[in-house]
Structure formats: C-alpha cells, structure tokens
Ligand binder design. Structure first.
Ligand SMILES: Cc1cc2nc3c(=O)[nH]c(=O)nc-3n(C[C@H](O)[C@H](O)[C@H](O)COP(=O)(O)O)c2cc1C
Length: 324
C-alpha cells in the first residue's frame, strides 16, 4: 500500500498560511515546491529578495523563512498531518532551506491551536498603552520560545533603556548608510496594489513622545496624512536569542519568533519587531544580555496592548508555490 500524501488543495492552503509570516520589510523571501507523488515540500530562499546592505549575512532572511516554516507546521498540524522537517538538507545547495514530509496523525499537536492567530497577527507600529503585560503571559511566551529551542529574555527597566539607546544608535547609523536607506525606500511602497513591501497605512503614526522602539521607515520625510502620536513610556521589550549563530539557528529563531508572536496574538497582545540594532555587528553584540544563556540576540520584540494593526499585502500563493 502506498503512503498517503497531502493533496494539492491542502498544500496550497498550507503554503498560503505559511506566507502570512513576518519578513524583513515584507520582502517575502521564500519559494516552495511540492512533489505530490513523493509528498515532499521544499522551501527555498528567493535570491531576488535578499538585502545586501541591510541583511548582508541573510540572517534576517532566514528568520523570516523560519517564521513561514512554523506557520506551515501549524497549518499541517491543524489538518492532522505530522510534518517531518529537515533544515538545510544539502550543504552544497545553500538556497534550499528545508525539506518537509508529512504523515497522517491522530495525535493532537498543541501548535494546531495557534492557527486562528495566523490571520490576526500583524506588526503593530501603533502606540501601546502603559498597561503591564501579566507575568503569566510572559511566562507562556518564554515557554513558546523554549519549545522551539530559543530563549525569550524580557528586559528589566535598565535593560529597556539600554535597548532603546542601541536602537537610537542604529537609527543614526542608518542615516549615514545610503545603501541601507535605499533598501528601506525600495520596500516602503506607499502603494496598496503592490503585493510586497510595507504600505503607508502600516507605518503607524509619527512618534512625538514616548519610548517605543518603532522603526521610522520614512527616513524623516513627511508622509501625507500621517498623524503624530504619543507612544508608551514603559515599553515591554523582549530579546529572542539562540545559543549559537549559524544558519540553522536563524531558521530555529524564526520558528521560535513566530511561535511567540502567534501565542501573544491569541493572548490578546499586540506585537512589533525591531531588528535595527541587530543589523550592525557592534550594536548587536551590546544587545546581548550578559546574564542570559542565549548568547546571540536574533530579534527585539515589543509586546503590549494596543489597537489592531492593518494587514500587509502578500504575493499570491501561485507565485510562491510550484507544483512538480
Ligand atoms: C528579520 C525581520 C526583521 C524585521 N525588522 C523590523 C524592524 O526593524 N522594524 C519593524 O517595524 N518591523 C520589522 N519587521 C517586521 C516586518 O516589517 C513585517 O513583518 C512585514 O512588514 C510584514 O508585516 P506583518 O508582520 O504585519 O505581516 C521585521 C521582520 C523580520 C522577519
């Protein structure tokens, strides 16, 4: 008897779910190929969507692809298939990031419960309130990161200020780096019809007070209709980190990040990401909490209570999924 494999409509819908993942500047740097006869899904990076100035090591690209992989695992688990993932299966082919096979499963997998959050999670560049995030929720998020082999360190008061100072330094470094500014401008579309990049309505308001590390994608330029706002004074910030810093660790960090973000969404929290200080090697080193066992910071996550943020566009699934 031949082993059953997921059918094409299922795989198409799982890949569509995968693509709701966050990615640097919403570049969506992933491509999928499904060979139904063998039941093998391959995830590759899209080399046309790298950012040589902002992300020369492709660390950010791997984190976004890791997040997409986690979403795919959630979608498959909800449909009662157990995904078996091999990361970086071929050292001679660095563009192949993961190969996934599936077996039908009768066992409940906890991550299936995260599925409703896939369409609700959006990066929120809106101000959050100063309401503290309860310790039980933070504990759950620490557990979500640990379950994927990463660590989530929630910053104490002095660390928050240190992190904000490092983001501020990164903003100044960006101002002096024309290549980085050009990449940001290229992906900040201002257009709702483009299926990629960050549209104007997702930029959030202009901060004139408050202490939230929210990236200003406008490069200081005036954007018609963009209102000023007061952001929170006591941001809840957490650093997601890993023990090592290879390509496999980045893919794991991306999966952990997405697990944290989806759990936070189900918990009623708004979230945003900031990688500015992590994009400069000398600042990234300083983001590291010396008391943490996670030696390598991979993402700064802001958590809190705030308005729902708009969805950003995605490429149609037919553009990212090839059927073999
Ligand atoms: C590696 C990586 C780095 C990111 N860096 C930032 C950042 O510095 N500032 C920011 O506002 N958003 C950042 N984001 C969030 C993306 O801009 C966001 O995921 C993308 O625009 C898609 O929007 P969505 O998250 O609402 O789906 C980052 C995301 C990833 C995966």
């Amino acid at each position: 008897m031949s082993t059953p494999t997921p059918d094409l409509p299922s795989m198409t819908s799982w890949v569509a779910d995968a693509t709701t993942a966050p990615s640097m500047h919403n570049a969506q740097p992933w491509l999928f190929r499904y060979a139904q006869a063998e039941g093998v899904l391959t995830m590759r990076m899209d080399p046309a969507r790298t950012m040589p100035h902002t992300d020369p090591s492709t660390r950010g690209l791997h984190i976004g692809c890791g997040a997409a992989l986690f979403n795919l695992r959630v979608a498959a688990a909800r449909a009662r298939w157990e995904p078996n993932v091999r990361l970086l299966p071929d050292p001679a082919d660095p563009e192949t990031l993961a190969v996934i096979t599936f077996v039908p499963s009768d066992v409940d997998n906890d991550i299936a419960g995260l599925h409703p959050a896939l369409s609700r999670r959006h990066t929120s560049r809106e101000p959050f309130t100063d309401e503290a995030v309860p310790e039980e929720l933070l504990d759950g998020l620490r557990g979500a990161a640990l379950a994927e082999g990463a660590r989530l360190d929630v910053a104490g008061e002095w660390q928050v200020q240190a992190l904000l100072d490092l983001v501020w330094d990164a903003e100044r470094a960006e101002e002096l780096a024309p290549g980085v500014r050009e990449e940001i401008a290229r992906w900040t579309t201002g257009s709702e019809s483009r299926p990629e990049g960050i549209p104007t309505e997702s930029l959030g308001p202009r901060r004139y007070d408050g202490r939230a590390p929210v990236r200003d994608f406008t490069g200081g330029h005036r954007v018609e209709g963009r209102r000023p706002a007061v952001f929170e004074q006591s941001p809840c910030l957490a650093v997601l980190g890993t023990r090592e810093d290879g390509r496999e660790d980045w893919l794991r960090a991306g999966q952990a990040m997405e697990r944290v973000l989806l759990q936070a969404t189900l918990d009623g929290l708004a979230t945003s990401l900031n990688s500015q200080a992590l994009e400069w090697p000398q600042l990234r080193w300083a983001v590291r909490d010396p008391s943490s066992t996670a030696g390598y910071p991979q993402m700064l996550i802001r958590l809190g209570y705030g308005p729902e943020a708009p969805a950003t566009p995605r490429r149609p699934v037919q553009e990212v999924l090839v059927l073999a």
